[in-house]
Write a protein that binds this ligand. Sequence first.
Ligand code: SF4
Length: 350
Amino acid sequence: MLCLLTLTMMEMFSAVWGNFRILLQSITIFFLWCWLEILRKSKTPTQSVKPEAGDGTKVTPTSVNYHFTRQCNYKCGFCFHTAKTSFVLPIEEAKRGLTMLRSAGMEKINFSGGEPFVQQRGHYVGKLVQFCKEELKLPSVSIVSNGSLITEKWFRLYGEYLDILAVSCDSFNEDVNKLIGRGQGKKNHVENLLKIRQWCRDYNVAFKINSVINRYNVDEDMSEEISRINPVRWKVFQCLIIEGENTGEEALRQAETFVISNKEFKSFLDRHRNIRCLVPESNEQMRDSYLILDEYMRFLDCRNGRKDPSKSVLDVGVENAIKFSGFDEKMFFKRGGKYIWSKADLRLEW
Ligand code: SF4
């Protein structure tokens, strides 16, 4: 009886051991397979697409210039963003695009045109300025305008959301402004500039002046007026030729007669070397150191002397669109594109 019991127990033990060995082998094979899988995946190249500039480096849209309209009430002979379309995005679409840019790293937005204040008498740009400051919390929100349509009421409504207002002024001689085309009817461009300068003081907005140096103002000395007005920055551009905008058969302007040589531009800069707020920009610096968005929110590549558009940010996203922007990030930093651009940091003392 005892022998029979021992025999049964041994058979049971042998059966359990057999099953345990099979289980152990299965676990070993499973772990081996997992390990081989991990090894295989680590050797497979990644498929994710990174936004890259021409040289393969990632581009962040830190500072963006959004030319949301091409319409303007002036007729400057050298204008290089002309009224080729009358298209303006519905404001909700513009806000969607700006939100996408913010998520991609945008810190500064500049609204430009055309003339930004043409659209809805300035309310369109005002609402975008407010949205960028209040909702997107952008450190810097600015506008470039010819100044002719800005009112004090606009400052009352939107001034607190705006960091910098740049007004274009190429001459303090009204006759020269008329020759250039900077004007509309009886409006006096310089008087207007001075009025806006005062509103910027009153409503705590940093004031900038942009000047395009061309055949008609290249010999002018603006030192006295600029010193008196005392802008936070005086941007001095060399008149730029862009195929399809201000030169060529399809262009709305023919700016060849406005062009000056590098030597002439340098002599203008030398004449104003004592103006500390002067920031010069040659043609070379201008061409590819700006991230420019057009009215459809397409990046414009200016590297080949014309404006080649990407697909719209709204259709393909920022990362895909920016690859065709032609933006040179190194040149952006070299020309001083990153500066103190929030009025909170400017310490406006007037
Ligand atoms: S004010 Fe500016 S947008 Fe208007 S015509 Fe002159 S350069 Fe062009």
